[in-house]
Design a protein around this ligand. Structure first.
Ligand code: HEC
Ligand code: HEC
Ligand code: HEC
Ligand code: HEC
Ligand code: HEC
Ligand code: HEC
Ligand code: HEC
Ligand code: HEC
Length: 479
């Protein structure tokens, strides 16, 4: 370990103790004050300091920011130069994205590697995102000297992940911008209770990320940007994600952390004479816990999983919604198209050649089901017809229960002192009608709708009975 000259702050001694005892387990905000030893940057570098020891991948920044250095060195960014050098066709124009340069940060003109060709700038180091650090390294607490990386990707796209992660061979930024994660709704403004899922900084705060945001980030609402899902400093989870994809746990699964606002009726949520309906219930649906559970339910919440929420689909949500693929010309073998899966569509609209059209409202026959065939369904056609069948059954049941609800007197709905089976059945009907429910957990939805019907008949027999066409006997057998 480098010499520690002094440690700032009241936690200094404790932190030093922690470093000695726990090794890597130190407070992320612990930094040392003294300027570390490194050679002055070469002329033309524009203030980038890079590595103090390129061989050991020791960044100058890492002498003080010990925890970020330790975790970053495990990410793919720390190997970017070797990846390029070992590839069959390394060329000069490739290098700016595989090194510390003007790419990815607010610097114009040649800088770092592109200005100097010095190995201290190999790899996507700290300053590739944070910008040049010489001033900060020299006087770390000089006001405004801290190089705060942006989490934004809007107008300043050339100063962030997008500057490297874009183009026809890697269109992460382009696809993300076309997705609803890249859309910024104005409604979270000033509403922390919405921001924890609908705004980038709000989500990071809710997850305990304590960084100081750049003035530009602070001034603007941020969408669900790259740095919300991806941890810039941590390669612990596959794809450098902040949380795992395979966790069957609403609190530990990246997608479910947000896609879980109201999966069950919230008895405190009455509005306009109705209990609020489902809101992003996809996580609880997949895990089998969603819905209003009538007293007569013949299974326990969580019991009806279906394949899509089981270990047979280890990437869970991403197994269907994040599919990376490349298309070659069948005759020449030349590259035609790459999708990174960052539109987050499970079954995107495609043209006759199978290329995504970017439309949102085509029919099921004009959609690609390629994400379903990766080791699961035998063919796209088989997956498509499975969905058509499930959707048909669920739509029919939802329609039937809707007709039953129409017969029940209005005063049975939305009484804040009494949650009725009419309120609960309405919730389950809305759950069934959410886009994707037939894929997320058709077995659970069917079971909930049938149980709701039985409960309605028991409670409101004078007004309604279960339509004869509905068979309650059908055994539910999740495949
Ligand atoms: C000599 C020690 C030292 C070095 C080297 C150093 N820093 Fe810092 N850094 C600090 C200190 C001390 C602070 C806290 C400053 C303050 O509170 O005013 C800080 C703060 C920061 C912050 C803001 C932290 C927050 O809480 O949000 C960032 C970002 C940062 N440094 C990035 C870097 C980068 C990138 C490098 C390499 C170019 C670097 N630092 C090199 C000591 C250092
Ligand atoms: C615009 C920035 C940029 C340029 C220019 C660039 N790369 Fe990359 N490269 C990336 C990014 C970002 C990734 C990782 C993301 C991904 O999987 O596409 C990557 C990944 C790679 C990988 C590992 C993943 C894979 O595709 O096998 C190799 C090898 C590679 N690049 C080689 C090259 C070569 C060779 C060139 C020049 C012909 C080049 N790169 C030019 C940004 C760039
Ligand atoms: C891929 C881009 C990227 C790289 C590489 C990167 N950072 Fe960061 N860094 C960010 C972003 C974005 C934030 C704000 C979000 C966050 O904290 O996760 C940040 C936040 C920070 C902070 C504030 C406190 C914290 O940890 O959240 C410090 C300090 C920091 N980085 C230092 C470093 C150092 C030191 C390195 C190199 C060892 C480094 N960063 C590499 C993008 C990057
Ligand atoms: C200077 C260019 C550059 C910038 C800026 C940059 N990256 Fe990268 N990134 C790369 C390259 C090059 C690779 C491929 C490295 C390799 O495979 O060796 C890569 C790889 C990755 C990977 C793949 C990790 C894996 O496990 O395979 C992720 C995820 C990633 N970057 C996310 C980000 C995010 C998020 C940001 C912004 C906060 C960002 N990158 C900023 C160039 C960059
Ligand atoms: C626990 C996370 C979470 C919280 C908190 C949350 N939402 Fe959402 N919301 C989501 C997700 C995820 C979606 C998209 C998925 C879906 O529509 O099923 C969504 C969708 C929406 C939509 C419909 C999609 C659109 O953009 O038109 C509206 C409107 C909405 N939320 C409003 C709000 C408001 C207002 C608040 C605060 C009172 C809020 N949400 C709080 C997660 C959340
Ligand atoms: C809503 C969450 C989310 C957002 C936002 C997001 N990603 Fe991803 N990204 C993922 C998931 C999930 C994967 C798949 C990881 C896996 O399967 O291991 C992924 C994969 C990647 C990979 C390939 C990693 C690998 O292992 O090969 C790169 C590179 C990447 N993303 C970059 C970006 C960039 C750049 C942005 C912003 C333009 C971005 N991502 C935005 C969730 C997200
Ligand atoms: C930080 C919270 C957050 C995370 C993490 C997140 N999402 Fe979202 N997602 C949202 C919000 C909010 C929306 C609605 C955006 C809007 O319409 O304004 C949304 C929208 C979507 C949509 C489109 C819904 C529509 O109506 O068009 C899909 C599909 C989706 N997310 C899938 C995923 C997947 C898959 C993951 C995990 C890889 C994921 N999300 C991770 C918050 C999140
Ligand atoms: C078995 C594949 C599969 C899995 C697993 C899956 N989805 Fe879906 N999802 C779909 C399909 C198919 C649709 C319907 C898409 C459509 O109609 O455009 C959909 C629709 C959605 C929608 C609404 C999109 C819209 O356009 O309104 C959201 C949001 C969503 N899924 C999020 C998630 C989340 C979050 C998870 C994990 C908890 C998840 N999905 C798991 C296949 C899946």
């Amino acid at each position: 370990m480098d010499t520690i000259s002094s440690i700032r702050g009241p936690l200094g001694l404790m932190a030093l103790f922690a470093i000695l005892v726990l090794g890597a387990c130190v407070d992320e905000r612990v930094v040392f004050e003294e300027r570390p030893l490194f050679d002055d940057p070469p002329a033309g570098a524009q203030g980038f300091v890079g590595y103090s020891d390129a061989e050991a991948k020791r960044t100058v920044c890492g002498a003080c920011h010990v925890s970020q250095q330790a975790r970053w060195s495990e990410t793919a960014h720390a190997d970017a130069w070797a990846t390029l050098a070992d590839s069959p066709n390394p060329r000069a124009f490739c290098e700016a994205c595989h090194t510390v340069s003007e790419r990815g940060n607010p610097v114009e003109g040649d800088a770092g590697w592109t200005a100097t060709g010095n190995p201290r700038y190999y790899d996507v180091q700290c300053e590739a995102c944070h910008g040049p650090g010489l001033d900060h390294v020299t006087v770390p607490d000089a006001p405004g000297s801290q190089p705060l990386a942006t989490i934004g990707l809007g107008a300043a796209a050339d100063q962030a992940c997008a500057d490297c992660h874009s183009g026809v061979h890697r269109p992460f930024a382009e696809e993300w911008a076309a997705s609803s994660h890249g859309d910024m709704n104005p409604f979270p403004q000033g509403r922390p209770e919405c921001q924890s899922c609908h705004e980038g900084k709000g989500a990071l705060r809710a997850w305990g990320v304590k960084s100081i945001f750049s003035p530009q980030d602070q001034a603007e609402l941020q969408a669900i940007t790259c740095a919300v899902c991806h941890d810039p400093h941590d390669g612990r989870h596959d794809g450098q994600l902040r949380f795992a994809l395979d966790a069957a746990d609403l609190e530990q699964n990246l997608c479910m952390k947000c896609h879980n606002q109201r999966g069950e009726p919230d008895l405190g949520s009455i509005t306009g004479g109705q209990f609020r309906g489902p809101h992003a219930p996809e996580g609880p649906l997949l895990l089998g816990t969603a819905g209003w559970h009538p007293p007569n339910l013949e299974f326990r919440p969580g019991e009806i999983l279906g394949t899509h929420g089981s270990e047979a689909n280890p990437r869970m949500c991403a197994g269907c919604h994040v599919t990376d693929f490349e298309m070659q010309d069948p005759e020449t073998g030349d590259f035609v198209f790459r999708s990174t899966g960052h539109t987050f569509e499970a079954i995107p609209c495609v043209d006759d050649d199978g290329l995504p059209t970017g439309e949102a409202d085509c029919g099921l026959t004009d959609r690609s089901f390629r994400s379903c065939t990766d080791g699961c369904h035998g063919s796209e056609a088989a997956a498509r017809s499975a969905l058509i069948v499930a959707e048909g059954r669920i739509n029919d049941l939802a329609e039937d229960i809707g007709e039953m609800l129409d017969q029940i007197p209005d005063d049975q709905f939305g009484d804040p002192d009494r949650f009725t089976s009419a309120d609960g059945s309405l919730f389950n009907m809305q759950l069934a009608q959410m886009p994707g429910s037939a894929a997320h957990n058709p077995f659970l939805i069917e079971a909930l709708l049938r149980a709701s019907m039985r409960q309605l008949e028991a409670d409101y027999g004078e007004f309604v009975s279960i339509p004869e066409t509905v068979s309650l006997e059908r055994r539910l057998t999740p495949h």
